[in-house]
Design a protein around this ligand. Sequence first.
Ligand code: NAD
Length: 524
Amino acid sequence: LRAYSALSSTATSFPQTHEKISKPEDTPYFIDNEFVGSKADKWIELHDPATNNLVTRVPQMTDAELEAVVASAQKAFPAWRNMSVLARQQIMFKFVNLVRENWDRLAASITLEQGKTFPDAKGDVLRGLQVAEAACGAPELLKGEVLEVAKDMETRSYKEPLGVVAAICPFNFPAMIPLWSIPIATVTGNTLIIKPSERDPGAAMILMELVKKAGFPEGVVNVVHGAHRTVDFILDAPEIKAVSFVGGNKAGEYIFTRGSANGKRVQANLGAKNHAAVLPDANKNHFINSVVGAAFGAAGQRCMALSTLVMVGETKEWLNEVAESAKQLTINGGFEPGADLGPVISPQSKERIESLIASAEAEGATILLDGRGAKPPGAQYANGNWVGPTIITNVTTDMKCYTEEIFGPVLVCLNVDTLDEAIDLINANEYGNGTAIFTRSGATAESFRRNIEAGQVGINVPIPVPLPMFSFTGNKKSIAGGGANTFYGRPGINFYTQQKTVTTMWSSADAISKKADVSMPTHS
Ligand code: NAD
């Protein structure tokens, strides 16, 4: 078993290397604050994307194990919800400090399993940590409302926890996305079961060590593993009251439908195709630096990656300079100093990305910069899943490279003549996660802001992911259920709580009517 608790004494140490592990150990699950080896007969192999060396095996947990985890979370719920919010806040303070102390260790685990560069992995951890920091404000965030609705009568509202809740996570942010749920689900009084991505659960497992150290009681936070089967178990377990999902549309739409049909609350953030409109009055240098970072950082495997450029008027002439800048990026193992982008997650993903580039070529687009065949130097990385920065120009909206989410280091570029055409093109896209505009004109930016339909808008900001005092507000096909349940911020608190309203009357005996009133009370 990978010895998570043993590593905790050396908080900052985690081998920062892609060297082959001589004896890969299996990933345990986490129940009752203990790491336990699964008795599964099916295991999912996890390979370092930079080398394809085996890192660990992740179990497809058995039904009996999954049932035990649900029972543990259910057993922990009454005491946890009855603990004062101030006591839960104290645990959250400790958890926040521990995540900060273990920042490098968490990031190193991400670089090893997911592939992103170490500095980028540190950002992954920080963005999640900030959600935990915001959750420390729970006593304020959980306050209800009160109104004196009539003489002697008042109504007050309470935010109460739901019970056992679950979070199903994607591979691309192994720390941040579990941390969209752990702090908010628990500080509001729920107990939680996390299913990290089977492709990189290491960061979530380190977080469990910190959960235990921070003083979360047994059963409050748990980790289960597996793929489709584990997801189905979560969706069908009647004890689980709500499901948070982040991932692609295929899984997400299925999870939203099946979870909702089973009477659960579901929040589900899905795929994306984020466009930037580039205006001739933009600061060209700022635009080039922004787009190269946002398109190719994390090898394009961010749901807010800027993957599509809409070049207005003569700005199409700038694309050669974008390509020159992209060529300067270094692909390499994520621990190597100076690496700008690491590998993509799997050989299948590399193949899919390369076939989408090939389809663009076949459909008449121009491959201005071709990352196929790119490889870092050194025999160690010969088998990694490498795709270099790729820029496809003269793209039209009917091409496959435009209609599909590529989720790799590929930037597709379309040309239009006016701002209105750019807005129409972006609005016609079925996804609505994020968008950006590059311009120096306040009036242009304001018109874009008002008329654009995507849910997260950057004005000269390429990846406008809101901090946790706001909420993650993608829309259209990028979120299930019409976006009613968004992650973190006040809506996140609302997702993990149900409201109870209590109406009270305390009147003196004289004021109480002598006769029953059978009409609907209106208090008017
Ligand atoms: P994915 O949908 O393949 O997997 C996500 C989770 O769902 C995993 O835990 C996986 O085990 C499970 N899963 C996968 N297929 C399933 C199926 N058929 N039935 C049931 N469960 C299934 O996503 P991924 O490849 O891990 O992550 C990348 C995707 O996530 C991209 O589409 C990206 O845009 C999206 N994403 C969205 C956001 C957002 O906030 N909108 C954030 C991050 C990632």
